[in-house]
Design a protein around this ligand. Structure first.
Ligand code: XMP
Length: 510
């Protein structure tokens, strides 16, 4: 299988570049710029390398620069934005702050004839975001594109297979960006477009079958898309040697536990242990109101329950995890401040002893995992399930968690989701749910005074959940949800809609 290396220089679009290349049916892998040597690139057999964008200037004290010997490995290189400047810097070009200042946004692009621009009209639109620019083109290179403010918007040294573009071909605002990336990987690098999702699922199953032959495998199944797809793939590979443990902590949404059980046990015939641990979690959470403490208790209890189940199963050789490619990339990137201690079943439990860990999805992006999930016949509702935090409704019941509050929230949440889902919206929010606040307020029903909880509804639109905008839902959806919740859910006398984006708020309330 031909593959491309995406060398990341700290830009925001490394994953997008890799996904765009994979969309051309060519496998792409991301590595930090300083974690691979020229020899390793050669030995791994990459057919080409892409240098990503990055936040720095090539002359800065903290400039991120790779080993210049990478240019002599003998495979084509495409530098994008910072990568383009770095390519010029590592040869003998000159980079300076652009004469007309920063260039940002959609820009008219004029291209000359070059293999990189096959099928691209002479005039089109590209997306620019830069302050520096290449002002002297390195020897052996020629300018192959320009914009009104950037005389060297792209350069090429065809003989050495080195190409640089100042704009971002990976974003959709660059009208022919996809064509340019396709030209690079297929025509310049000569990759065969033979990386197919169908084969990928088959290969994963085959590899797992070989690697896990005769071994017992354990998987913590949460009902999220990653662990669900991992479960079905592993089951196809090893059949009943796979046991899935589904810790039902009682903090799930309405009907969710039964749906997961039904799907995996009945539809797929997977050995599934549903551990009903609601009592235990409620007990551990009694009297606790502080969000981080709740998260930690839920996380710890989860590990304990999982461990106990594993012990009861006797000897298990392999722990399977639903780790996906962005988790792998992120874990190589150093820590940032902890806003919340996220808990994810995929990452648990670190200290348990297994002779082997298997991560069948570790090379795949989320959309690729979903595509496989669809192919495997996993129900649509699971494959496209919106994100649901590991601590579940535990972080959506504000204040102390009780069974009664959880039941109230489950009903309100189900109504809100139902009302939203049956409305045709131009774009559905990426996540939507109800929160049971700890505030009670006075209401009136019939002629009587009520004093019930306030439910908050939340819907957000986002690309990556790092930032999110509150969704402008139509008033009639809110109206129907509000009226049904106050009528149908006992103990709720008021409904509010959360109009805070992230930042400053987070998506979840706790
Ligand atoms: P926040 O609240 O941090 O949420 O803005 C961002 C996204 O992450 C989800 N989330 C979690 N997911 N374990 C998870 O697997 C967690 O502990 C957790 N906490 C929040 C949240 O639902 C949103 O999609």
């Amino acid at each position: 299988m031909d593959k491309i290396l995406v060398l990341n220089f700290g830009g925001q679009y490394d994953q997008l570049i890799a996904r765009r290349i994979r969309a051309q049916h060519v496998f792409a892998e991301i590595k930090p710029f300083d974690r691979i040597t020229p020899e390793e690139i050669r030995a791994a057999g990459y057919r080409g390398v892409v240098f990503t964008g990055g936040p720095n200037s090539v002359y800065g004290d903290h400039a991120l620069r790779c080993d210049p010997a990478i240019l002599s490995v003998g495979v084509p290189i495409l530098g994008i934005c910072y990568g383009h400047q770095l390519l010029a810097f590592l040869t003998d070009g000159v980079i300076e702050p652009a004469a007309s200042g920063s260039e940002y946004g959609k820009t008219a692009l004029t291209v000359r004839e070059n293999v990189l621009f096959r099928g691209v009209p002479q005039e089109s639109v590209c997306w620019m975001s830069h302050t520096d620019a290449v002002t002297t083109v390195p020897s052996g290179f020629s300018v192959i594109a320009e914009t009104p403010h950037c005389p060297c918007a792209a350069m090429a040294n065809d003989a050495r297979g080195l190409y640089g573009v100042q704009f971002h071909p990976e974003v959709t605002h660059t009208a022919f960006g996809e064509q340019m990336l396709r030209n690079f990987v297929l025509d310049v690098c000569g990759c065969k477009a033979d990386w197919q999702m169908d084969d990928v699922a088959g290969q994963i199953i085959e590899n797992c079958r070989r690697a896990l032959d005769g071994k017992k495998v354990l998987l913590a199944l949460s009902g999220g898309v990653d662990s669900s797809v991992a479960a079905v793939l592993l089951h196809k590979a090893v059949g009943d040697a796979l046991t899935c443990v589904f810790v039902d902590h009682g903090l799930l949404r309405e009907g969710e536990g039964d749906f997961v059980e039904q799907t995996f046990r009945k539809q797929f015939g997977i050995r599934l242990l549903r551990v009903r641990a609601e009592e235990r979690f409620l007990q551990a959470l009694r009297g606790v109101t502080e969000p981080e403490e709740k998260r930690k208790i839920i996380g710890k209890s989860f590990i304990r329950v999982f461990e106990e189940e594993a012990d009861q199963l006797g000897h298990i050789d392999v722990l399977a995890q639903g780790t996906i490619y962005p988790d792998v990339i992120e874990s190589g990137k150093g820590a940032s401040a902890t806003i919340k201690s996220h808990h994810n079943v995929g990452g648990l439990p670190k200290h348990m002893r297994f002779t082997q860990i298997v991560e069948p999805l570790r090379e795949l992006f989320k959309d690729e995992v979903r595509a496989i999930g669809e192919k495997l016949g996993i129900p649509h509702a699971l494959v496209w399930r919106q994100p649901f935090p590991g601590p579940g409704l535990g972080v959506r019941v504000i204040g102390e968690i009780t069974k009664e509050k959880l039941d109230t929230l489950r009903k309100a949440d189900a109504i809100f989701r139902e009302e939203l889902e049956r409305t045709e919206l131009p774009q559905a929010p990426h996540q939507y749910f109800a929160v049971l606040t700890d505030t009670r307020s006075v209401g009136v029903m019939g002629d009587a005074r009520t004093y019930g909880y306030t439910v908050a509804l939340r819907a957000v639109t986002t690309d990556d959940f790092m930032t999110a905008e509150w969704t402008r839902l139509p008033y009639d959806v809110l109206e129907r949800a509000s009226s049904r919740i106050t009528n149908e859910v006992r103990g709720v006398s008021r409904v509010a809609y959360d109009v805070t984006s992230k930042p400053p708020a987070t998506v979840e309330w706790e």
